[in-house]
Design a protein around this ligand. Structure first.
Ligand code: ACO
Length: 377
């Protein structure tokens, strides 16, 4: 018998990877050798996708080729639309996204082809399709018309266009593009690990991405951005923050959007999102959500600094999305629309050098029991 606390695989190295590096003490995040601040400031999401999949930034002709491939994949299969229309309109969008991703596997003739070429193509297709599904679901459940994607525009532009049916302004597109870059990869986080575990059985890429979506959904992982927004909506006004935080503390509840298994400093993505959230609020003339978020940080941070708990990526993304007019239950699907790039980069790496994941457990159950007939129990 063991009294060891379950490890949650903390600090256990389960793979070698050349995709993403995190320095949790210094609060540094690096994709393929490039610092996240540099990429968020200067790159496009499409460039970052190419970088994560291929290891280097694309040349102009490689980028143009990728943009053409993404545009070609931006169409919504008729069968899928019919399937979405059959689902209950109050279904959780992450559940819808996982159903639709699994269904896309049934519509792809190469679904079970695990060659690098086929998997690369599927990675591009899913990167174009997840934003389509997310925004189409929004219209299906509201009974509104689905705007057609624009082949000459970026994924960021298309997401905002297809969600709202109105051309987004340049600042919104640039901000959303940076949001997608910030969420694109994060080493062996729970959803990426679950994607790799699925792929390591030599199951297919659609199945592995479906696993990842289901894992991202939880409030301890990607679902935290929705939980942060729920908290802000419950707080309601800046002047209520202190009282709300006191109650949370008295009830011994966690503050969503705080804490991270790896970072023991402020998450570098949170720093960038904090600035974006403030600027978006100012531009929209609605700084309430940002101010509430900052007030929560100012009260809570000193209480937990000694434990190395700081705001994570989900903390300031909530107020940023809110000001962009994005419905709360689409926050986590947006995370998936970006992270699909990281998941598939890890899947390409996994398939290229595969070994089944099969950890062990420390058995703490009964031993030596003998079967008792039903009548004697
Ligand atoms: N609020 C209050 N206390 C916290 C928080 C929090 N958000 N996070 C951790 N702690 C405390 C725990 O209560 C625990 O305290 P104790 O040692 O006194 O018991 C200690 O810090 C360690 O926490 P664990 O939950 O054991 O740490 P773990 O590494 O397993 O958890 C996690 C990391 C799940 C992210 C956690 O910090 C958490 O639940 N945060 C809130 C949910 C959240 O924001 N998730 C998004 C993470 S980022 C992402 O996945 C995209």
């Amino acid at each position: 018998m063991s009294d060891k606390k379950p490890s949650g695989l903390q600090d256990v190295v389960v793979a070698q990877s050349s995709i993403c590096y995190i320095d949790g003490q210094r609060g540094q995040l690096v994709y393929r050798g490039y610092d996240i601040d540099d990429l968020a400031e200067n790159a496009s999401f499409e460039e970052v996708a190419w970088l994560l999949w291929n290891g280097n930034l694309p040349t102009q002709s490689e980028l143009s080729g990728l943009q053409q491939d993404l545009a070609a994949a931006m169409h919504f299969p008729k069968h899928l639309l019919e399937l979405l229309k059959e689902l209950p309109f109050d279904a959780n969008p992450m559940r819808v996204l996982s159903i639709a991703t699994a269904a896309l596997g049934t519509l792809d003739p190469d679904a079970d082809d695990l060659s690098p070429e086929a998997n690369r193509k599927k990675a591009i297709n899913l990167t174009a399709q997840l934003p389509l599904i997310t925004t189409a679901w929004h219209h299906v459940r509201n009974g509104t018309e689905i705007p057609q994607p624009k082949a000459d525009k970026s994924l960021a532009y298309n997401f905002l266009w297809m969600l709202n049916g109105a051309p987004p302004d340049d600042y919104a597109v640039r901000t959303f593009d940076a949001v997608l870059i910030l969420h694109a990869d994060h080493e062996l986080n729970a959803s990426t690990f679950s994607a790799r575990v699925t792929a390591a059985t030599l199951s297919d890429l659609h199945s592995a991405v479906t696993s990842a979506i289901c894992t991202l959904k939880g409030p301890l992982h990607g679902g935290a951005n929705e939980a942060v927004m729920q908290m802000l909506q419950e707080i309601g006004e800046v002047e209520n923050v202190g009282r709300y935080m006191e109650k949370l503390r008295a009830d011994g509840k966690k503050v969503m959007g705080f804490g991270h298994r790896v970072y023991k400093a402020k998450d570098p993505r949170a720093k960038i999102l904090e600035k974006m959230s403030e600027e978006l609020g100012k531009r929209a003339g609605d700084t309430k959500w940002f101010e509430m978020t900052r007030a929560v940080e100012e009260i809570f941070q000193p209480q937990v600094a000694a434990k190395g708990i700081y705001p994570n990526v989900d903390f300031y993304s909530a107020s940023a999305y809110q000001v962009m007019g994005i419905p709360r239950d689409l926050f986590t699907p947006i995370f998936a629309c970006s992270r699909v790039v990281g998941w598939t980069a890890h899947l390409l790496e996994q398939y290229a050098n595969n070994r089944l994941f099969r950890p062990s457990s420390d058995y703490i159950g009964e031993t030596g029991r003998k079967y008792t007939p039903l009548a004697s129990r």
